[in-house]
Design a protein around this ligand. Structure first.
Ligand SMILES: [Zn+2]
Length: 101
């Protein structure tokens, strides 16, 4: 079993993206994972302590582990915007870190 951490909340393990907290599957390595997460959407202007939002349509998207509910990532966006998909690639991250990419 090979496991590499690819973010503060996710790891790559045996070709899958898994939740660090519970090892639950979240996606396939090398492919966007956010569509597999449990998603909640909150209007930013409705959040406690929110500043005066210049765009009342802006929402906060919270992507959580579908197994344990741990918060995996967040993003702000307009409701109709596609997810800001990030593809997690532990090998490419490691190569970039050591200067091979
Ligand atoms: Zn989890």
């Amino acid at each position: 079993m090979t496991r590499r951490r690819v973010s503060r909340t996710l790891a790559e393990q045996d070709g899958r993206i898994v939740c660090i907290a519970c090892d639950g599957p979240v996606g396939v390595a090398g492919q966007p994972w956010k569509s597999n997460a449990a998603l909640t959407v909150i209007p930013v202007h409705a959040m406690p302590g929110a500043p005066l939002a210049p765009q009342p349509q802006v929402v906060l998207r919270r992507f959580c582990c579908p197994t344990c509910g741990a918060l995996l990532d967040t993003e702000t966006a307009m409701p109709e915007d596609p997810f800001l998909d990030d593809v997690l690639d532990a090998q490419a991250d490691e190569e970039a870190r050591i200067g091979r990419a």
